[in-house]
Design a protein around this ligand. Structure first.
Ligand SMILES: [Zn+2]
Length: 252
């Protein structure tokens, strides 16, 4: 965690455990509603940083280049400092604070008992901001349904990686789940290196990635993704990062 007042922290693990759960549930429900282009821009904020932001546009009116600064916060007692708040933004090609997207996320947050700054009055209005009260609990009917990937940059997409049920494959075989099967690698070590990279970049849960022999070559097969679109998105990430050159999404 940074102690510099000018740096933002995007680490979800810096929030309270309740806030981490709330944030993951929010991203899970967004994913299920088809909203996968949102990412975290700030979580925990030290009081020193909150004070620094408060001064912007008030006692600190210009940056070091002489550009005029405007206010960025309305309070010195933000719930970011009590580890119960997080800010999000929207990935390109949409605007960073695309209000159509943020409004949809806000409506989902409301169902989860999470406060959205977009519902606050004009003098407090804060559309990227979400927070939970101290006594927050997940409402009945909501729980984590798998590993939720909460992106902390605009390049990653929200993902829900549904847990592999092992031998109970018939129980999840509803025709809606997809795995990613790689093209072939010449060496087992290459397939293993790809598996490591998938885990490192959080494209797939490495615990569920299997290396399989195919003739005298090797492939990897991931755990399940909830939809073909998400599996295809994972493939795009694998290609972008150079982990592989060929893969396909296969129905489970
Ligand atoms: Zn905020």
């Amino acid at each position: 965690m940074s102690t510099k007042v000018t740096q933002t922290c995007r680490d979800l693990s810096e929030l309270t455990s309740a806030a981490q759960l709330a944030c993951r549930l929010l991203f899970q429900e967004c994913y299920k509603a088809g909203i996968i282009d949102i990412f975290i821009t700030e979580t925990y904020r030290s009081q020193a940083r909150q004070n620094y932001l408060w001064e912007q546009g008030r006692s600190r009116l210009y940056d070091e280049k002489g550009n005029k600064l405007s206010k960025v916060t309305w309070t010195t007692t933000s719930n970011h400092t009590s580890r119960r708040a997080w800010d999000i933004a929207v990935a390109p090609p949409k605007n960073l604070y695309d209000i159509k997207t943020l409004s949809k996320v806000g409506a989902i947050a409301k169902k989860l008992g999470i406060s959205w700054g977009g519902y606050w009055p004009a003098n407090n209005y804060d559309a990227p901001h979400f927070e939970i009260p101290t006594n927050w609990k997940a409402p009945a009917g909501y729980k984590l349904e798998g590993t939720v990937i909460v992106p902390s940059n605009s390049k990653l997409k929200v993902q829900l990686i549904v847990k592999d049920k092992g031998q109970a494959i018939e129980g999840v075989n509803d025709g809606k789940l997809y795995r990613v099967q790689s093209g072939t690698f010449n060496k087992q070590s290459q397939a293993n290196a790809a598996k490591q990279a998938l885990g490192k970049y959080k494209i797939a849960n490495a615990d569920y990635v299997r290396i399989v022999q195919d003739g005298n070559k090797w492939r990897f097969i991931t755990g399940t993704y909830a939809t073909q679109a998400v599996a295809n998105n994972a493939i795009a990430e694998m290609k972008r990062l150079g982990i592989l050159s060929y893969a396909e999404a296969i129905p489970v």
